[in-house]
Write a protein that binds this ligand. Sequence first.
Ligand SMILES: Nc1ncnc2c1ncn2[C@@H]1O[C@H](COP(=O)(O)OP(=O)(O)OP(=O)(O)O)[C@@H](O)[C@H]1O
Length: 593
Amino acid sequence: MNNIEEIKTLNPYQQEAVLDESPACLVNANVGSGKTTVLIEKVRHLHEKKQVSYEKMVVLTFTNKAADEIAERLSRKEAELTEEELWGFGTFHSVALRILRRFLPEKAEDGTKLEEWNREFTVITPEDEMEMVLAIAKEGGYKIKYQNRLKKRMEEDYAAYRKGRTQGKYKDDLFQIFPLLEKAKRQQNKMSFADLLEEGTQVAKEQEEVLDLKWIIVDEVQDSDEKQLEFLEALKGTRTHFFAVGDPNQVIYSWRGTGPNMFFLIKHRFGAKELTLPVNYRSDEVILEAANRFLQFGGKIEGSGERGEKILVRNHYDPFIEAEYLTERIRELHEQGLPYREIAVFYRVQKQAEILEKVFERAELPYVLPAKQKEDEDPVPERPHMIREYVAEGKLNAVSGEHTMEKAADIERQTEEEDAVHLMTLHASKGLEFDYVFIVGMNQGLIPLRCKSIEQEEEERRLFFVGLTRARKNLELSYYTNPTIPGTYETPSNYLRMLPEELLDWEEKPGSESRKANLQKLRKDTRELIREKKQEEEEQKETRKPERKGRHPKYGEGEIISEDEMMIELEFPGYGKKQFLKAFGEVEVLKGL
Ligand SMILES: Nc1ncnc2c1ncn2[C@@H]1O[C@H](COP(=O)(O)OP(=O)(O)OP(=O)(O)O)[C@@H](O)[C@H]1O
């Protein structure tokens, strides 16, 4: 299908977005409304109909996976597309990196070390940067307090230093080390992720005329932070068109400068016209009605009108029992014809995967985890979200900073081919879709996590919204009676109560009717237990032998505790238990007492 035919299959809102040519346009899109579809069709339309060459476009995505998907779809139509042509297609960091590789000075031929970066720089991870700080401290005899928390301190304090702060809250030498670190990174030609973006912004500003971009297109713009915004502004010349799609309801990485407001900030910064994509093509009405309860911006999400099945809510004793249940349930679904790859299990914290993995492995149930998912999706949201794109896909090579399109496509194909259940955190589920979605651990204190602020609470709600809206047809939510993750309450999540009851098939619901019934049963059982116990005591009284006593010439009177043909044992006040051979006849058994 050529681009014109494909545009005809789009709905009028999508078509308007694809064809829009205003200098700046922001598409406020609902979840699952075809953002990716629009973005790809727009790029193709500009190229095929408007003769804009790919080199004059920058198409920024939030993950390498999304960038690869676009590049792959374009390559399918135009086999001879080169990586050079698509230099501007990628994440913010990878595009910044390519700009730097192109425009930074070349390495000095005579090998003299420069005080500035050259284009052969290597990219370092936050861990590498921390090692550099420790080396500088050791060499110069600088003091750093709380070294076990250095990584976190670096994130906060180094960012603050870059903004001009000269002293941190602890009385040590960390802020004196920062200028030395800056110098060392340049001398050693090493760049961190933050350097990539900052330096890339600088160079883009200087080279704006050379780049001469016709279009900047941004996906998931709601997740951009201040630094990324600066990069966009640096790239944009006076004649560059700006087109971005995003959904303020899906902001889930807001701890570093991003926030639901970013979407509206961008609109004003770029003086953008606003378009909408209201129709969700992904999920059935039951799922959308549930999702509507968690919508923070905009009106209702419109859907296809297909009703769908009720959302199952299930209670399991603990994560282990739950994992066993999931194994059986997933097997059952698979036997009914659902491919494993259409089933996903989402959880709030990475640790929850351990039990699932163990049980699935033992049961030989095929499953996959995201390529490289780790601490950045921890419950405590405090990592720079630029790391997310690096870690989420694991494709940005930390040394060269490059990722090849072929390799990425290979990885993609492999995952596509594998028929396996997807296990992932709610964070990692963003942008994906599955027929059947399980969200486990729906206990208060886990989903949502305990929050310290209203902003965090709102973000937790958006995160759950993202999770819910990944499902096309079926959703199953579950909570534990006996949760094992610290900080989790035994009560079901308030989010479950926020869902309209008529949409739910809630088994063992400890609310209203069944709760009353449970209480009544508990009372009845307890009464029965008490009655049984009393009866037992009565019976024991009846069968108990009357107390028997004996007398010993030395120890006096005592109680007979036990006796057989040979021995007799008595307990004497003040002397304790004593045993005697009956044959010696020392004990006189007292009758009738
Ligand atoms: N015009 C259309 N007709 C039919 N199906 C469509 C149309 N547009 C998009 N879709 C389908 O709807 C689903 C969601 O589309 P897409 O993934 O592009 O949405 P999205 O807005 O990027 O989602 P998210 O908000 O989760 O990031 C996909 O399965 C896509 O194929």
